[in-house]
Design a protein around this ligand. Structure first.
Ligand SMILES: Nc1ncnc2c1ncn2[C@@H]1O[C@H](COP(=O)(O)OP(=O)(O)OP(=O)(O)O)[C@@H](O)[C@H]1O
Ligand SMILES: [Mg+2]
Length: 405
């Protein structure tokens, strides 16, 4: 226990992540790399070399390793490194600068990966994304555990919010991992999504603001939710309780002139009543698939469930997006899983894939998404690419005919 605090205060100051006490976070770091101070987290991540810390940058993400031909400032203005003392932007034509980066052959995979990240940094960072005309409600689901549902939910949400959208993450998993990753308190005393789904608390009363990213909101989950599967069984309209709460909240926000652009629901690794509530509340299903052999085994069961919900409870439900996560470009297995998924779901699978990345797995222990923890890392750039693709594909699909792109 920290000096000068009562047991009650101590309870309230338990930090995010592995239940690490917050005083430990303040005490100058630990062998695990816990920082003594949180990095700054502007909505537009500053990826300029001058502002990057070097002490906790892994090789994976160090820009010093990279044969930089250009840097992108927070506003996305491109300047060449030789002219770093000259603030005049050389050009703001991102595509032209990206095209000027020399092609790297397949025989040097590391250099190729560096060049690819560099192009992503130039073309994607700081770009405003198209916002949907109506709120998009997506359920991030896969009954297989540990495939990257929560990681995908929070990072896509942060990337969309950094792109100018207002995004609500609903943590519907009793583990509360999404709440942790967004730095939202979720100990037992907090009003949470449990009170909304099982009780009658309006969603707006439990929504908290994520301090790190402007426009990012979260309805946290507490351990109470573990009992919800059983408690829901005897309740009226047990499958549509979340839908009702979300619809009321969306309407309320629209009426107050602060519309929500996206609602992302992070599901538990099961197909129980909580997941059914998420399927009934959403219009779109977003499936993260881990690039491992077993990843495909549960997929048909998941798709069957989506069809059942569609037939009986939510006719508009459809799988809109599939994202390949933990992709390891060095293994044939990853490539084979990716190929298989793309053959079966050519329209739904995003071109962007998310690599295995140390920075992605470190970020939650700091109560952050990788989008703010290390916006320069390959993991952050991949999630930014995926979010951009997701927003642009939807905009292209819903754009009225004849309207310019
Ligand atoms: N691209 C990645 N690179 C490295 N680690 C990752 C990546 N994506 C996820 N992880 C790590 O894998 C673990 C599982 O990820 P996550 O919690 O997002 O999966 P999940 O599907 O939500 O799990 P659950 O089914 O328990 O809810 C976490 O420790 C996370 O940090
Ligand atoms: Mg999870």
């Amino acid at each position: 226990m920290a000096h000068g605090t009562t047991p009650d205060e101590e309870h309230l100051t338990v930090g995010p992540g592995l239940g690490f006490p917050s005083y430990a976070l303040r005490s100058g770091g630990s062998p695990l790399g816990w920082p003594s101070a949180m990095p700054a987290n502007p909505r537009r991540p500053d990826v300029s070399r001058e502002t990057r810390g070097t002490d906790d940058v892994s090789r994976e993400t160090s820009s010093d390793d990279q044969p930089a031909s250009a840097d992108v400032s927070a506003q996305g203005v491109v300047a060449s490194p030789e002219r770093a003392d000259d603030p005049t932007p050389v050009t703001d034509d991102r595509a032209a600068v990206a095209a000027a980066i020399p092609e790297v052959g397949v025989d040097t995979p590391l250099a190729r990966a560096v060049a690819t990240d560099h192009v992503k940094r130039i073309t994607l960072v700081g770009v405003d994304l198209p916002r949907p005309s109506e709120t998009r409600v997506l359920t991030i689901a896969n009954q297989k555990g540990g495939v990257g549902k929560t990681t995908t939910t929070v990072n896509i949400a942060a990337a969309l919010a950094q792109g100018g959208a207002t995004v609500l993450v609903i943590d519907l998993d009793p583990q509360g991992n999404a709440s942790t990753a967004l730095g939202i308190p979720h100990h037992a005393e907090i009003d949470s999504i449990y009170d909304v789904v099982v009780g009658s608390t309006p969603l707006g009363e439990v929504v908290a603001t994520c301090a790190d990213v402007e426009g990012l909101l979260c309805a946290p989950a507490t351990i109470d939710l573990a009992g919800a599967e059983i408690e829901l069984v005897s309740l009226v309209a047990r499958e549509s309780r979340l839908r009702r709460a979300i619809t009321a909240y969306i309407d309320e926000r629209r009426a107050s002139g602060e519309p929500i652009d996206y609602v992302l629901i992070d599901c538990p690794p099961s197909l129980g009543l909580l997941t059914v509530n998420a399927f009934v509340a959403a219009r779109e299903v977003f499936i993260p698939i881990q690039c491992e052999y077993y990843a495909l085994e549960g997929l048909s069961q998941l798709l069957k469930n989506v069809e059942l919900i569609k037939t009986h409870l939510n006719p508009g439900l459809h799988v809109s997006t599939i994202l390949l996560t933990m992709y390891d470009a060095r293994t044939r297995l990853s490539a084979q899983v990716a190929e298989e998924v793309r053959i079966h779901f050519p329209g739904e699978t995003l071109k962007a894939t998310v690599p295995r990345s140390v920075r992605i797995s470190e970020a939650p222990s700091h109560g952050q998404t990788v989008m703010t923890y290390d916006p320069n890392s390959s993991g952050a750039l991949s999630y930014l690419e995926a979010a951009t693709e997701m927003a642009q594909r939807h905009a292209a699909r819903t754009r009225p005919e004849g309207e310019p792109q």
